[in-house]
Design a binder for this molecule. Sequence first.
Ligand SMILES: Cc1cc2nc3c(=O)[nH]c(=O)nc-3n(C[C@H](O)[C@H](O)[C@H](O)COP(=O)(O)OP(=O)(O)OC[C@H]3O[C@@H](n4cnc5c(N)ncnc54)[C@H](O)[C@@H]3O)c2cc1C
Length: 415
Amino acid sequence: MKQPAIVIIGAGLAGLSCARWLARAGRPFQVLEAGDAVGGRVRSDGVDGFLLDRGFQVLLTAYPEARRVLDFDGLHLRQLYRGADVFCQGRLHRLADPFHHPVDAVRSLMDDFIPWMDKWRTLILWKEAAATFAVERRLPEMRTEDYLRDFGFSPETIDRFFRPFFGGVFLEKDLRTSARIFLFLYSMFQKGGAAIPAHGMQAIPDQLAVALPPGSLRLNCPVAAIQPGRVILESGEQILADHIILAVAEEAAFHLLPPSMMEKPKPPRSTTCLYFTTTDPMPGRPILYLDGENRGPVNNACVLTQACPERAPQGHHLISTSIIGAPCSNELEDVVREQMARWFGPGARRWRHLRTYQIRQAQPEGRQLHPGDGPLPALLAPGLYRCGDYVEDVSINGALLSGHRAAEAVLEAIG
Ligand SMILES: Cc1cc2nc3c(=O)[nH]c(=O)nc-3n(C[C@H](O)[C@H](O)[C@H](O)COP(=O)(O)OP(=O)(O)OC[C@H]3O[C@@H](n4cnc5c(N)ncnc54)[C@H](O)[C@@H]3O)c2cc1C
């Protein structure tokens, strides 16, 4: 019997995950990707012997779908320190996870830049988060900031810790993102912590791509339009398809779908990441540094070579600095160096700039405000499906899970 033709548009994590599940079910398919490599928003570049991710990203090792789908050993994951160094009142203050770094945690008890009662509340919040397995649907929909206030956290703790830490995760510092998403991510940080692959975030999509059947992936192949039963490429080529899975980001989906199928998305969240290098000695821990004063422009920084020395030539450090938003300024590099000189000392003024990534469409806004009671349906119309982080939740886990659900919907339709 003739196999139905299945076409997946987009080889980000959602598209690759969908392809993986279809391949496991023995269904042939084609993946059409506009870019010159797989990964979508999870890409890395080699620059002068340094390995730079396109924007600072981490994999939370407790992500359930990532655990199901990825071979963590093959990614050579390097765990980041479970805690953060917060720059506030002119110096760095350590906040440590008491279960993993008890000595540092006892020391940080003496430091009162976070009120003692709030340290205690953080532990109670951990207990709450420990019972969370998916984007927390039991909670009423509310902003993260309101949730933290209602929980009893003082404004100082929200401003000095939660705002820069989760602002860096959500890519917005109002903490307007839904508390359901906050609690899910908090539980992921608590259950597994954050890690980065030794050879760049690109290792994640690459691992999924190598398992695809030979010939099933076409790169540099942008899709211009979709019609019932066919996909039209920008080159003019037409591909017949019984099942079309749209695995592109929200904005691109809006342009490819008929207006009746999708509302215009809210403007996406953006971020800017500047990479620097130095041969000067740097603090020894692979830890996240946070702007507890909210003066910016850098919200968070990390000396990546403290976790992954292989990401830089020997004797060099690789430092990533992340800004929320996409500021336009010719002086940005110097302003960032000046801020880093306050955090790390005057040597930062001599750091060599490697590259700046401005990612205007980093995260969708809509579902982060109102994740609702479940993912958006994968099936849009007979033979037309969608997946992507904007359908599930905005994370590596959400993208992988949405691809899985789309594959299930296709397999169900095929019977
Ligand atoms: C800077 C940054 C930091 C992040 N940090 C984290 C983090 O620390 N932890 C975390 O869990 N998540 C993080 N995320 C979110 C996470 O990376 C995304 O949620 C996830 O990668 C989205 O995957 P996707 O497959 O849904 O979409 P995408 O990665 O956008 O993939 C869509 C694919 O479709 C392709 N495409 C688009 N249009 C067409 C077309 N017309 N024809 C063919 N192909 C097309 C694109 O080229 C792309 O490859 C971060 C994202 C960014 C940008």
